[in-house]
Design a protein around this ligand. Structure first.
Ligand code: LLP
Length: 431
C-alpha cells in the first residue's frame, strides 16, 4: 500500500533488497515478504487500542500465511494468533509461539485437534457448535483440565464482499445462531460446565471489507447480547472479539481504509454502546489476517513464453500460476504486476499474465499494462502475501515456491523451495 520503490538500476526494491538479486539468489517463483511492512501493520493496529486505552488483543489470523518464521515474527511484535487446524497449531508449537496467546477457531475441530489444544494449554478455544461443546467437555473431563472458551456467534450481518468471503450472514456454516436461541443455549451449556470458563463472544462478518458499517453493526450486536446475557444469566463478557476482514489494496481501484479507521470505529461504537447499557468496558480483540500478511507479500516470477495472435490480447506466461496463487481462478481476484527489472519503463502494451498450469483458467491478471517484455524478465505481483502461499498446491506436480523474509536489504529464506524429491515423498509403490 506504499509507493513502489525502484533503485538506480531500475529494479523494483522489496524490503530494501533488489528484487532481481532476490530472484537470482533464491530462484523463481519466489514469495518475498517485506518484514517491516508486517511489523508496521501490527503496530498500527495495536497503537489505536493503546491510544484509546482499551484492553485488546491483535490476533493474527494465521490462515492467511502460517509458517514457523511468520509465527516468530508475529510473536516478536507481541500479537496473538488464531489457528484453525491441528496443522496451524503444530506450526505454532514448532515456532515456540506462546500457547496462552493462541486461539483456536473452526467449525469442525476434531477430537485429536481439541486434545492437542488442551494438552498444549492454548489460550482459548472459540466454540462453534454443540458437537464441539460435547467433544471438548469429554476431553476436559478425561484429562482433568480446564479451558477458556469463547462462543462464535452468527451476528446476522453480511459484509459486502465476494460470496465465498462472507461468513456473518444468518445461513453461514459458522457459529451459533443468535435469533433462534441457539447462542443462548450454548452459553448455558458452557456456564454449567465446571471445566469451561467462558471469557467472551466472537463474530466475524467476512473478509476484504472496505467499510466500517458492518463492524459497527456487529460490535453493537455483541454489546447488546452481552448486556442481555449479563442481565439474564449473570454472565459478564470479558472479551468482545469482532473478527478480521479488513480490506487491502490489490489494485489501484481498491480504496481500503486505514487500520486506524476500522479499529477506531469499532472501539468508539463499543465504548458508546457499553456506557449506554451500563456495562463494564470489555477487552476488544480483532483477528486480522489479510491486512497483516497481504500487502507485505510479493510474488516473483520469470517470464517465459508468449502467444500473439492478431485480434486477441497477448498472453505473457510466467513460471508459476494457480498452484502458488489460486485466488484469481477461485475468486476472480485481481492483482497488479510490475516488470521488476525495468520498473521505470513506460507501458507499451496491455497483456494477459498467464500461469504455466494446464488450465485455461490459469490467468493471474486479465489486463496488465507492461513495458515491452522478453523471456527471462522478472515479473512481480503485488499484495500476494495473504492466502497465496497458504492456499498453494502441487497441482500438475509443480513444487511450491520458496519464501523469503526481507528486511533492511537482508533476505532470509523461511520456507525452502520444494524439490521433486519432496513431491514424491509420500508416494508409495504399487508394484
Ligand atoms: N477470523 C475468522 C474467524 C475468519 O474466518 C477469518 C477469515 C479471519 C479472522 C481473517 O480474515 P482476514 O482479515 O484475513 O480477511 N481465502 C480467502 C479468504 C478466506 C477468509 C476466511 N476467514 C481469500 O483468499 O480471499
Amino acid at each position: 500500500q506504499t509507493a513502489q520503490q525502484v533503485n538506480d538500476a531500475g529494479h523494483l526494491v522489496i524490503g530494501g533488497a533488489d528484487s532481481v538479486a532476490l530472484a537470482q539468489k533464491f530462484g523463481t517463483p519466489l514469495v518475498a515478504y517485506d518484514v517491516s511492512a508486517i511489523r508496521q501493520q501490527i503496530r498500527r493496529f495495536k497503537k489505536v487500542f493503546e491510544s484509546n486505552q482499551v484492553n485488546y488483543a491483535v490476533s493474527y489470523a494465521s490462515k492467511a500465511f502460517a509458517t514457523v518464521g511468520m509465527f516468530q515474527l508475529v510473536n516478536q511484535e507481541g500479537a496473538h494468533i488464531d489457528v484453525v487446524s491441528g496443522g496451524e497449531l503444530y506450526t505454532a508449537i514448532k515456532a515456540g509461539f506462546p500457547m496462552h496467546k493462541v486461539s483456536f477457531h473452526g467449525n469442525n475441530k476434531s477430537r485429536e485437534e481439541l486434545e492437542m489444544a488442551v494438552d498444549h494449554h492454548i489460550g482459548v478455544v472459540i466454540l462453534d457448535n454443540f458437537y464441539e461443546i460435547q467433544l471438548l467437555s469429554e476431553i476436559l473431563l478425561e484429562k482433568h483440565q480446564q479451558m477458556k472458551v469463547m462462543l462464535r456467534l452468527t451476528p446476522g450481518v453480511s459484509a459486502h464482499t465476494h460470496k465465498y468471503d462472507q461468513t456473518g450472514q444468518e445461513d453461514s456454516k459458522f457459529g451459533f445462531d443468535i435469533q433462534s436461541g441457539q447462542a443462548q443455549e450454548a452459553l448455558q451449556q458452557v456456564m454449567s460446565n465446571p471445566n469451561m470458563e467462558p471469557i467472551g463472544i466472537h463474530a466475524h462478518i467476512g473478509s476484504q471489507i472496505f467499510e466500517v458499517n458492518g463492524f459497527v453493526m456487529a460490535a453493537n450486536k455483541l454489546v447488546d447480547l452481552a448486556a442481555e446475557w449479563q442481565a439474564h444469566f449473570g454472565f459478564e463478557t470479558q472479551i468482545l472479539n469482532v473478527g478480521g476482514g479488513f480490506g487491502i489494496r490489490y489494485t489501484k481501484a481498491d480504496e481500503p481504509l486505514a487500520p486506524e479507521a476500522f479499529v477506531d470505529a469499532i472501539v468508539k461504537a463499543v465504548q458508546k454502546r457499553v456506557s449506554e447499557k451500563g456495562l463494564k468496558m470489555p477487552a476488544i480483540w480483532i483477528e486480522p489476517g489479510r491486512s497483516i500478511a497481504g500487502p507485505a507479500g510479493y510474488s516473483l516470477y520469470t517470464i517465459g513464453s508468449r502467444k500473439d495472435v492478431p485480434g486477441i490480447q497477448p498472453y505473457v506466461t510466467v513460471d508459476g500460476g494457480m498452484g502458488d496463487n489460486i485466488r484469481p481462478a477461485l475468486y476472480q481476484a485481481e492483482y497488479e504486476a510490475v516488470l521488476a527489472n525495468h520498473a521505470n519503463e513506460k507501458p507499451v502494451e496491455t497483456v494477459r499474465i498467464a500461469g504455466k498450469y494446464c488450465e485455461s483458467g490459469d490467468i493471474l491478471i486479465q489486463n496488465q499494462a507492461l513495458p515491452k517484455s522478453q523471456p527471462g524478465d522478472l515479473l512481480v505481483l503485488n499484495a500476494t502475501g495473504a492466502y497465496g502461499y497458504a492456499m498453494a498446491s502441487n497441482y500438475n506436480r509443480n513444487p511450491r515456491p520458496a519464501v523469503v523474509f526481507v528486511e533492511n536489504g537482508h533476505a532470509k529464506q523461511i520456507v525452502r523451495r520444494e524439490s521433486y524429491e519432496d513431491l514424491v515423498r509420500l508416494d508409495e509403490r504399487f508394484v
